[in-house]
Design a protein around this ligand. Structure first.
Ligand code: ARG
Length: 587
């Protein structure tokens, strides 16, 4: 290892490649007379531009009214990259191309492998609250909550991995007027069958309760009476509600288990939890002078949001009948996340169609001083999952697709696929592979798209072993893993020496993981991790084609290449696990 690289690692263990290069470039810009310029360092867009490009010279030259090529020459002369770069060159009007040295890259890769966070640990740990999954308990979980669950899970894992303190909050819809109807109906049903049985199919139960509510005025009266009693804390109605809630939550946790997402009953902090706080929220808004009575309701008018008529939007916090709303709960919730959970950043992983709601929640919370000004509130919006007809995903009969059924189908399809490829494999093994591949495929297909876009749910493409899919990556991992089964004893401390271009390219990709994870966290966008892993697998493939590993010319090359294989396997496995996707040693 070059002496400088050693120094670098002991002195700046937390710097990613981009941070390091940016810092060095900024120092060179300052020496060259452009201290305020943004160096604009980025990974090279093409291999012929080296590994990194410094693109800030043109902007800086314009601001200083000097010649960009001349400024580039001065920056380059001041660029302190000894022991880091092997080649620096000026290209075009004033781009600076940087090629990292093989020794530096090799030491970077090995250092990274020695670190449990793979070099991605953040020096600024924050408390990040993630509003995740948040289904409504009155009904069965449907595909709309799939996206919140798996995007939220992937983000939570990434934030945790890089060292943040993550608090998952499953903001389930477990309160509100429909629970009057549901508990009243549960009471009736319980005289003939146990609650678990009556609530076996929540969708069915809801339909039946609603039908009864619409058809029978006496029952509708009882249901309304139950709402009042529930809100007043009547022990008998409350007990019914609790039973309903528990059974419905059990359905959710069965889905989480099948999906392999990290969500426990302790993460549930539903709407009902804020119930006692709602009168206080309204009183506090009033005390702040923000509340106006409008048509009997209590509202906050928001000048910055205009309705279709051009009037300020009304954010309703209390209805004419005194009842509170989803919007009231979210104010109490924002305050709780700040004051009690001490969040630095709150991510609401919720359908894009609730965008306006969240902008208004954030605006009212800030106006009312319910949250500190420095608290970061973000709606991590996602698009709609579409069917092949380009309409929101529905069953053939137009009903909402139940998540359990979708996941079961994924496993069945994957099982058929695995069986057709490996008919002689023991059935238990095929089932195990099918579970990882089927669930992995559903998750990956979702995570690989930019979260804000709508996407078409398509079994065939997500289960394909070619392209940017879970099966492709899972298979890539088993391929690397299989090398170690054939390799026999491996020297885990062998030096890593990069010689071939394909080795350099693979090592560079491995060393870029920390930057990538920073980007995923900053932009709350897991699809960058998917694209990264896909690229890594392709680079591995190129390396493996170009550079014999087990049959390398000499023992030192073989040992070095095996270290590269081990780093790749570890990075693929870790990356997939951050997406919540399992890998298999064999498939
Ligand atoms: N239960 C809501 C729904 O299914 C989502 C809740 C999102 N979180 C929140 N804090 N409002 O639409």
């Amino acid at each position: 290892m070059a002496p400088f690289a050693k120094l670098f690692f002991s002195g700046y263990p937390h710097m990613t490649l981009l941070q390091l290069l940016t810092q060095r470039a900024a120092a060179a810009f300052a020496k060259a007379g452009a201290p305020d310029a943004a160096p604009l360092v980025q990974a090279a867009s093409k291999a012929e531009f080296g590994d990194y490009q410094i693109n800030g010279v043109m902007g800086a030259a314009k601001a200083l009214k000097t010649n960009p090529r001349e400024l580039a020459t001065r920056v380059l002369a001041d660029l302190e990259l000894d022991g880091i770069a092997s080649k620096l060159e000026i290209a075009g009007p004033g781009f600076i191309n940087v090629t990292l040295s093989d020794e530096f890259l090799a030491s970077r890769v090995l250092q990274q492998q020695d670190d449990v966070r793979l070099g991605a640990g953040t020096p600024h740990a924050e408390t990040v609250v993630i509003d995740i999954s948040s289904p409504n308990l009155a009904k069965e979980m449907h595909v709309g909550h799939l996206r919140s669950t798996i995007i939220g899970d992937a983000l939570a894992r990434v934030f945790e991995f890089i060292g943040h303190n993550v608090i998952r909050q499953n903001h389930v819809g477990d309160w509100g007027t429909q629970f009057g109807m549901l508990t009243a109906y549960l009471f009736e049903q319980e005289s003939t069958q146990p609650a678990e049985l009556a609530l076996h199919d929540l969708e069915e139960f809801y339909r039946a309760a609603k039908a009864r509510f619409d058809a029978d005025a006496a029952f509708a009266d009882t249901a309304r009476d139950y709402v009042v009693r529930l809100q007043a804390g009547d022990t008998r109605v409350l007990a019914l509600w609790e039973r309903f809630r528990e059974i419905s939550l059990a359905h959710c946790h069965a889905v989480y288990a099948q999906l392999g997402v990290k969500l426990t009953p302790d993460d549930v902090m539903g709407e009902s939890a804020y119930n006692d706080d709602l009168p206080k929220v309204v009183a506090d808004l009033k005390a702040k002078g923000l509340l106006v009575e409008s048509q009997g309701a209590q509202v906050v008018f928001l000048e910055e949001f205009r309705n279709k008529e051009g009037e300020p939007a009304a954010y309703i916090v209390q209805k004419q009948d005194g009842g509170y709303l989803y919007s009231t709960t979210d104010l109490a919730c924002a305050r709780y996340r700040d004051h009690t959970l001490h969040a630095d950043r709150v991510l609401y992983v919720v359908d894009a169609r609730q965008g306006l709601h969240f902008q208004q929640v954030f605006a009212v919370s800030r106006k009312a001083g319910f949250v500190r000004p420095e608290l970061v509130l973000e709606h991590v919006a996602f698009g709609t999952m579409m069917g092949k007809d380009n309409k929101p995903f529905k069953t053939r009969t137009g009903g909402t697709v139940k998540l359990v059924e979708l996941l079961d189908e994924a496993e069945v399809r994957a099982f058929d696929l695995v069986t057709s490829k490996n008919p002689d494999m023991p059935e238990a093994t095929r089932r195990e592979i099918a579970k990882a591949v089927g669930i992995g495929a559903v998750k990956y297909a979702d995570l690989a798209k930019h979260r804000t876009s709508d996407y078409v749910f398509d079994w065939d493409s997500m289960l394909s072993f070619e392209g940017n899919t879970a099966p492709y990556l899972q298979y890539a991992y088993t391929r690397v893993a299989s090398i170690f089964r054939q390799a026999g004893a491996v020297d885990e401390h062998a030096p890593l020496v990069l010689v071939e271009p394909a080795e350099h390219a693979l090592a560079l990709a491995l060393a870029q993981l920390p930057d990538l994870l920073q980007q995923v966290a900053a932009e709350t966008a897991p699809h960058f991790l998917c694209a990264y892993l896909y690229g890594l697998a392709q680079k591995f493939s190129r390396f493996y084609d170009a550079c014999p590993v087990l049959k390398a010319d000499d023992a030192a090359t073989r040992a070095s290449r095996l270290r590269l294989c081990a780093a790749t396997a570890n990075t693929l496995k870790t990356g997939l696990s951050l997406l919540g996707i399992a890998v298999l040693e064999e498939m």
